[in-house]
Design a protein around this ligand. Structure first.
Ligand code: NAD
Length: 393
């Protein structure tokens, strides 16, 4: 079987789905690896490195004409979808819960869609396949660096002949995978770090990194299903925003990462909270999206400076800005999933397998993933699908 790696088509996307180091794992499993010309350039993997690792470099047309399985990082664009043919399989972060229409199109074309977003995340054997975690971790690291670069003072305590600089006070709101990595990175840069999450289980993780966990009195246990946060009630949200505002005002830098699966990101930093921050403060909103983010006034992909001198950075696709590390990790994730689904050199679709049940979205002309199929049912289309937004995928 021919497994092909495409050059990513999303604007600004620098990652690649497979790095040269992983090629031998696939060839040893009896798979032939094809690489679209220049696919690894953005992540500093030249075609020659792939050839050396045992892959063949092919043109775009040859790739779509001959591949059995196509590996991608993000969703294929319209032009790419138009080139796919029945019997082919596409593996990638296809975000079918945000974009179920893509799944419907792929099913119509007879393409098998396998989305890494759906990997069950709490099984120990799926850790190696968990692309959401690996990419969130890269994003959290970069968010801390962006904050440090935008901040007009030092992060660490510095005692010099020219005076003493106090350490920056940094607050991370949402301490899942990205938030914990942002905490660790900020701590390594010397900032004084606090963290807050609506899931109380997060307290121990925050403290184990040497940061202070902030507990709010106004909001109870916000844990939902599968280790994720639940959506708070309107009353809880308001109480949370009000209580958080006092903490935010005492910090120089805020990094927000909060998400709730399948919903728009919660607003944690209100316009009043931003107004109460000192001039020179920096906020990095990792939840920024076209529907709004965690911070009032943040614009996805842009940096806004408020009238009171607060810089709000609407972070977008941070993993792509650390393309080599992000691709290395993603390559391990996608190859582990692929090898789980291949035996005797052939892709075996079996949705009775717990992992495959989560990732196989379309097969044999049908949308087989129940949650995606549900979104595509006519009655559901008007009932909230437009409210769904998971940025960063
Ligand atoms: P995520 O990207 O969905 O959300 C980021 C964080 O925002 C989460 O910690 C969430 O609790 C928090 N959040 C949501 N709403 C909030 C609000 N109103 N106020 C404050 N915080 C809010 O989360 P994630 O990073 O993908 O991870 C979510 C959970 O899944 C974590 O518990 C993580 O440990 C768990 N997880 C477990 C495994 C595993 O068991 N192997 C693997 C991956 C993730």
């Amino acid at each position: 079987m021919k497994v092909a790696v495409v050059k990513e088509n999303a604007p600004g996307e620098q990652r690649v789905a497979l790095v040269p180091e992983t090629v031998p794992r696939l060839t040893q499993a009896g798979l032939e690896v094809l690489i679209e010309q220049g696919a690894g350039d953005g992540a500093w993997f030249p075609d020659s490195a792939y050839t050396k690792a045992g892959a063949s470099i092919v043109t775009t047309d040859d790739l779509y004409a001959t591949a059995d399985i196509i590996l991608t990082v993000t969703r294929p664009g319209e032009a790419q979808v138009g080139k796919l043919r029945a019997g082919q399989a596409v593996f990638g972060l296809l975000a079918p819960l945000i974009d179920p229409e893509l799944a419907a199109t792929l099913a119509d074309r007879g393409v098998t869609a396998v989305s890494l977003d759906g990997i069950p995340r709490t099984l120990s054997r799926t850790q190696v396949m968990d692309a959401l975690s690996s990419q969130a971790s890269v994003a959290g690291y970069k968010a801390a660096l962006i904050a440090a670069a935008a901040y007009g003072r030092f992060f660490p305590l510095l005692i010099t002949a020219a005076g003493t600089a106090r350490p920056a006070k940094l607050l991370v709101l949402g301490t899942g995978i990205a938030g914990l990595q942002a905490i660790g990175t900020s701590r390594r840069l010397g900032a004084q770090v606090s963290g807050y999450d609506v899931r109380p289980a997060s307290k121990g993780e925050v403290e184990s990194l040497g940061a202070t966990f902030i507990e709010l009195t106004a909001v109870g246990d916000g844990a939902g299903q599968g280790g994720y946060a639940r959506e708070l009630t309107a009353g809880e949200r308001q109480a949370q925003q009000t209580e958080l505002a006092a903490h935010i005002a005492r910090h120089d830098v805020v990094i927000t990462t909060a998400q709730v699966p399948g919903r728009r990101p919660p607003l944690l930093v209100t316009a009043d909270a931003v107004k109460a921050m000192a001039a020179g403060s920096v906020i990095v909103d990792m939840g920024a999206s076209k529907l709004g983010g965690n911070v009032a006034g943040s614009v996805a992909g842009e940096t806004v400076v408020t009238e009171n001198g607060v810089t709000i950075i609407g972070a977008q696709n941070l993993p792509s800005t650390v393309p080599t590390a992000a691709s290395n990790a993603y390559s391990r994730n996608i190859s582990a999933l692929l090898l789980h689904m291949v035996s005797d050199g052939t892709l075996r679709i079996d949705t009775s397998d717990e992992i495959q049940a989560g990732v196989v979205v379309t097969h044999d002309g049908q949308v087989v993933h129940p949650a995606v199929a549900e979104l595509l049912r006519p009655a559901e289309r008007t009932g909230g699908a437009e409210d769904v937004d998971r940025p960063g995928n």
